[in-house]
Structures are given as C-alpha cells and as structure tokens.
Design a protein around this ligand. Structure first.
Ligand code: G4P
Length: 527
C-alpha cells in the first residue's frame, strides 16, 4: 500500500456533458450546495450570466479571474474530494471542452427530457468513447412534459451507442410528476413542486405489489408497476463492470431546478464512479499509486492583461504526490523545472496549494513554456497519450493588414496553436494561413490576442475549406501519389503534420473511397 492510497481513493474527478440549456449550470450549482462549496443558490448562475452578458471577448476576459476559477470546482462531499471540471458549452464551446474530457475519470451526462439527445452531447460522447469513460446519466426537467422515459432511453441507446440501465424511474411527468422510484434501493421518493429538496429520505417499497403503493400513488401505482415490469424485461440489469468500461450507463430521472433526484444522483455517483485510474504513456501504463509524481497539461489559459503575460497551465496529476517547490522533468524540453507555485481551484476561491494528489488539478504559472499535452514527471521520462487535437469544424482564412508583420503573425499563430487556442493549417498550394476551430469564439480570441500580444492587425475571410482530417500512410509511395493528386487539398498543421482539407464531407468521402490505404484521422496527438 502506497502512502497516498487513502487520498487517491477518495478522489473523484469528473466533467458534465450536456447540450446548452439541458441544466448543467443548475445541476452544478446543486452539487456545489451539497458539497458546501457555495452557500447560496444562484452563485454559479450569476457567474454564467456575467459571462454571457456580453459578446465582447475583451470584456469577457476582464472577468478572467472568474472563468479561471470556474474551470475547476473542487468540493468535498461525505468522505470524498471531488474535482468537477467545467466543460464550456455555450458560445465558449471550444477544443478545451473536448480536452477537459481527456483529464477526467468519469462523466455525468445531463439530458433534457423534452429534447432527448442533442448534437453537443453527441460530440462530447464521442470524446468520452475514446477512453471508454464511465458515464452516469441524469434525465432532467421531469417537472415539465417531455418525451416518454422509454423513448428517451431508446434515443440514448440509438444515438450514443451505449446501453441504458435505469436505476430510478419517474412517476408521471409535467403537472403529474409525482416522484421517482429508485429501482436500485427500492425506495420511493415523492415530489412536490417548489419544495426544492428531496422530500423524504425515501419510502422503502420492497415489493411493488404492496398496497401501500396504491395508498400513496393512487392510479399511478399501477402505471409504475407496469413500467417497472416492462423495463425489467426490456433493459439489461445494472453491472458495475459495464458501467466502468463505458458500455453501460446507469440512468436517473429528476429535476435539477427543484433539486429533486440530485442528492440520490450524487450519492450514487460518489459510490460508483471510479477513483483516479491508470493512464497510458507512450512507454507504459502509469498507475496513480506509483510513488513518483507525474502529470500532464490539458488546458492553458492566458492572462489577457498585457502587464501580466503569464499563462496558467492546468495539470492533471496522474501519480505520486505534488509538493510545492518540487523539481520535475519537463519531458518535451528535456529540462528540469521547479513548480514554485501552484494553484488549486476551489469552487469559490483559488488557493496556493502545498500538496496535491492524483485526480487533482493544479494550475502552474509559466511564460509560454508549456504546451497542451506536455508531461511532467519526477524521475522517469514519460509522455502521456490521449490528449489530442480535434478536427476543426469551422475555418477562416487570415489576411494580414500590414505585410511587414508577417513574422509576428507566424510567431503568434505558432504559439497560440501550441496553447490550443486555435489550429493553424498552411495549404501546400497557397501557403495561406487557414485557422480551424471547433467553436467560433476561438476565432475572436485568436484575433484579440494577435493584436494585444503580438501587435498584429489582421482580418478574417471565409475559407473554402469546411472539413479537415489528418492523414497517414505506411507506404511512402502511395502517400506521394496521394499528395501529387490532391495538391489543392493538402496542408500542414502547426506541428508540420499532414492534413487533408476539403470543401465538404462529400469531397472527403470521395477521397477516402478512392484512396484505400491512406488513413484519415479526426484527432491527432502532439509530439
Ligand atoms: P445549461 O447550463 O445546461 O445551459 O442549463 P441551465 O442550468 O442554465 O438551465 C437552462 C434552463 O433550464 C434554465 O432556465 C433553468 O432554470 C432551466 N432548468 C434547469 N433544470 C430544470 C428543471 O429541472 N426543470 C425545469 N422546468 N427547468 C429547468 P432559464 O429560463 O434559461 O433560466 P432561469 O430563468 O431559470 O435563470
């Protein structure tokens, strides 16, 4: 047993995946209230409102302190230390949102019961699937009329290709929403609108044929009996292993805004969800229980104040113990660096941290020496895998206003690409700068930072490209042939990797069909 075992086992590091407006902010707030991390409902909501009250990026940046602290919300619940990582989702949806999911051990998926699975959830789920991240599902807004619960489960299974196993079941919905029956604990939780809490600790109903149920639920008792019989026949029983390997998602129903079903969700979450797990590095798998420290950067946040050109790199600790002032190897630079100061992010404040454990996220100040995916280790040189770039979905061409600033533009874009702010492609045929992003705010940020940090004035033009894939091939001759025949679609990214840019999905598919042997990738890992 390692010295840190106790600390590791009580940590839970997770993110919430959802489509905007499904109730992520509301749920986060309730979770933080249970954790005692905030005292008053409305605190997280107010921050969200501040963040979206303006579309002016620079103004948003003035609130930077706020957005940094909300990137990681650490709170305690029962005996657990929980790190909730924010997955930016509205206008600020970006590659960061995807990359946050490479740093978690599990996820909560929030689905609006009226809408079912929506596009952003599908995209985030794709990222979860890359590492088989275990997911617990919360179907929200049962106090409103929505899709039938069975249809929602079908929708999830269909669109997300994950088996659903309901651990609770709603009784009615909308005006007739009366509560949930917890299938797992055989407990009935009754709902009263506006009560804003789980109304009781639950009424134990070991046998659904018990007439007590009729006294409590009236005609809804028979509906519940039928529903439970139906789902017991139609869905697979819960298997912890299947949840842990990401093939099955336990499902809960409730109403975040009424704080109904949230406590049950949180209790189940801390009990079932995995503590920090092992992590693949290029040379081997690293266990969190190893004594030597290791961690990787998954997000970089710059300070827009020109007087403070520092950046905060968010590091996920993978093994060992972090102590302030420790010396670690910066794998990519091959240099020993000292972590003089690290910040740990509490839900309501930032604190200087003197020690931290696997699963924790620490913020390291630096002046641009840390890139996304960089690994830090105490002894052995390590390079963690699984922190990729994601194929952009939006593209812009950069037009420099002052040609004398070409070098500055190049430097600025190279550095911003390293920080993961934007992706940069240079088409082989034209040598233009084509920027790629998964969220369009990334373009505004890039432009604002080019101007303030690199003194570059530029504008965007629409790009002819709409799709990008990284390409590889084992056979150099075939790659050569492909390149000769597709000159107008070839580009290099900021790291020099080859990419295939097309005007449409159709053109991509055509290319894929005609060039068997060429591999087209939606993600690419930094070296
Ligand atoms: P998000 O972070 O996923 O974007 O969603 P958020 O929590 O902001 O919730 C989006 C809207 O859905 C909010 O309403 C919120 O109050 C509402 N909501 C969340 N949970 C529930 C629920 O269980 N039942 C119902 N009926 N509504 C819910 P809004 O009108 O946009 O904001 P506000 O007026 O409440 O501030």
């Amino acid at each position: 047993m390692n010295h840190n075992t106790k600390e590791i086992n009580k940590r839970r590091t997770f993110g919430i995946i959802s489509h905007p407006d499904a109730g992520k902010t509301t749920l986060t707030e309730k979770l933080l209230l249970y954790g005692g991390a905030i005292q008053q409902a409305g605190a997280v909501k107010a921050r969200k409102a501040e963040r979206y009250a303006t579309s002016d990026w620079m103004a948003i940046e003035k609130e930077r302190g706020i957005s940094v602290t909300t990137s990681v919300m650490k709170f305690n619940y029962r005996d657990f230390e929980i790190n909730l990582l924010d997955t930016p989702g509205h206008q600020d949806f970006s590659e960061d949102t995807y990359r946050v999911l490479t740093a978690v051990d599990s996820a909560l998926m929030v689905i609006d019961s009226a809408k079912g699975v929506e596009p952003q959830t599908e995209k985030l789920m794709e990222v979860c699937r890359m590492r088989n991240t275990p997911i617990i599902t919360f179907i929200n807004k049962l106090d409103r009329d929505g899709m039938s619960p069975i249809d929602i489960l079908d929708d999830i299974e269909d669109k997300l290709q994950v088996e659903c196993t309901p651990l609770s079941w709603p009784i009615g919905m909308g005006k007739n929403f009366n509560g949930v029956y917890n299938i797992y604990n055989k407990e009935l939780h009754l709902f009263k609108a506006g009560q804003n809490k789980n109304i009781s600790d639950g009424i134990i109903i070991n046998d659904l044929s018990d007439s007590k149920l009729d006294d409590i639920l009236g005609i809804q008792s028979d509906e519940l009996r039928e529903d439970i019989e139906l789902i017991e026949g139609a869905t697979d029983p819960f298997e912890l292993d299947h949840y842990l390997n990401g093939t099955q998602t336990p499902v809960f129903f409730g109403s975040a805004v009424n704080n109904f079903g949230v406590k049950e969700l949180l209790n189940t979450f801390v009990e079932m969800s995995p503590p920090p797990g092992p992590r693949a590095a290029v040379t081997r798998e690293v266990s969190p229980y190893e004594e030597a420290f290791s961690g990787f950067a998954f997000k970089i946040q710059a300070n827009m104040d020109p007087a403070h050109r520092d950046r905060i790199a968010f590091l996920r600790i993978c093994s060992g113990k972090f102590t302030r002032g420790m010396k670690v190897l910066h794998h990519r630079l091959g240099k020993i660096v000292t972590f003089a100061n690290a910040t740990i992010f509490m839900a309501n404040e930032r604190e200087n941290v003197s020690e931290a454990y696997p699963g924790d996220i620490i913020g390291i100040h630096n002046h641009g020496t840390i890139k996304i995916g960089d690994t830090f280790s105490e002894k052995e040189p390590l390079k963690f895998c699984g922190i990729p770039n994601f194929a952009p979905e939006f593209f812009r061409k950069v037009i420099l206003k002052n040609p004398m600033k070409a070098k500055h533009l190049h430097k600025g874009l190279t550095q911003l690409a390293e920080e993961g702010v934007i992706q940069v492609f240079r088409p082989v045929a034209t040598n233009d700068y084509i920027l790629g992003a998964v969220g369009i705010l990334q373009f505004d940020i890039t432009m604002a930072r080019l101007e303030t940090e690199y003194g570059v004035a530029a504008v965007y033009e629409p790009s002819q490209y709409n799709v990008a894939r990284w390409i590889e091939c084992d056979d150099p001759k075939k790659m050569d042939d492909f390149e000769k025949n597709n000159k107008n679609n070839l580009a290099r990214d900021a790291e020099g990797a080859k990419a295939f840019l097309t005007t449409s999905e159709w053109q991509l598919e055509y290319g894929m069909e005609h060039w068997p042997g060429i591999e087209f990738y939606k993600t690419r890992e930094n070296n």
